[in-house]
Design a protein around this ligand. Sequence first.
Ligand code: ADP
Length: 463
Amino acid sequence: DYHIPVSGGILKEPATHIVHIAVEMAPIAKVGGLGDVVTSLSRAVQDLGHNVDIILPKYDCMNLSNVKDFHFHQSFGWGGTEVKVWFGKVEGLSVYFLEPHNGMFSVGCIYGRNDGDRFGFFCHAALEFLFQSGSCPDILHCHDWSSAPVAWLFKEHYRHDGLSNARVVFTIHNLEYGVHHIGKAMTHADKATTVSPTYSKEVSGNPAISPHLFKFHGILNGIDLDIWDPFNDNFIPVSYTSENVVEGKKAAKEALQQRFGLRKSDLPLVGIITRLTVQKGIHLIKHAIGRTLDRNGQVVLLGSAPDPRIQNDFVNLANQVHSSHADRVRLCLTYDEPLSHLIYAGADFILVPSLFEPCGLTQLIAMRYGSIPVVRKTGGLCDTVFDVDNDKQRAHAQDLEPNGFSFDGADPSGLDYALNRAISAWFDGREWFNSLCKRVMEQDWSWNRPALEYMELYHIARK
Ligand code: ADP
């Protein structure tokens, strides 16, 4: 069974001390969903009354204005260099920043420079910091290939020392990267998770995973309701809840149209917010832009491509569609968090046609803003989006009502099947569509339940 039963009994136990060792943390050092999860899972677990610390590299490219009470904490010698430890509060969480004198994290970026060596050093230094400062955490939680070394370094060097009470929990956010590190960490971790039940099944045959299924669980990610809150969001024009969703979204759509010089008329607007990588279904995204324009809709895409060839490809596409359909489409090929809020609020649909998707946060954020997800049925998208025509029973089994549109295949006709129904529903029944927006806003995709599942897992790990 991939699900963790939540007994509730854990709430009566004394506080657990959890230390996350991670290379991303939203909003100060975020590249993708991993950064969001570290912050929002930690906040949810802290809100349950537990003690959570985070250890992060001190990147030079980090925006320290989001860190409160930032100050020097201590320094220690290790690995032939001096490591300075800084402390500060991020979103109410205690964060220790490691700054090795050798300048490893002062290279202007989070990823992209000898990452294996830098993050291997970071993991070992983080354990050494805990050891030298006499910390006795109950749980060491590490993430993806980048902090996977914590699992085996702990078992090889620290298990018998001061840190002996700790158990290692390892979370896979994406198995695509660094599978050798992930395999090795799977062997040494006490418990391992990935970020949705369906993805846990999809990867269960992978040789890095299959020998370890007995300690492997799928726990869905949530979103932080304080960070993603249309009632309290500085980046959208009108605050709204499910009660005034129509009014709130109308104002946001107009602001979006105004900002990009799109025609200010009542048309279905498809939003796409994504890293532009093969995983995210690039060919389907391109197809969807054309399809939406054919159906007289509008499209706003916010996406950046780490691969310059893909970025180039989209720059060309942008030039093309901006001249052929200037009043109905805008591709913003950049990373822009404030703009993402306005798109989540102003779009009618958020499209996520991923080829695979461990959990996916965009569809969850979309629903929080009353936008209807149109997704490919894979991984966490399958666990969170229930098609209005095809998934009633599956939704009811989870005590939910259907909340979006989905498709199976990875070809344009699959995408058309979902997108055409979505756009038709918008044109043909605005009252029904508006009630769907209200309904998805009221669904709970927060960390409330997943945080309990993690606590249950920590509890089992310590037994
Ligand atoms: P992944 O981690 O694979 O990138 P997720 O769906 O788990 O995908 O998380 C994506 C997160 O990054 C979401 O919070 C989304 O809003 C944000 N995001 C992705 N691309 C951009 C962008 N170009 N600008 C702003 N935010 C983005």
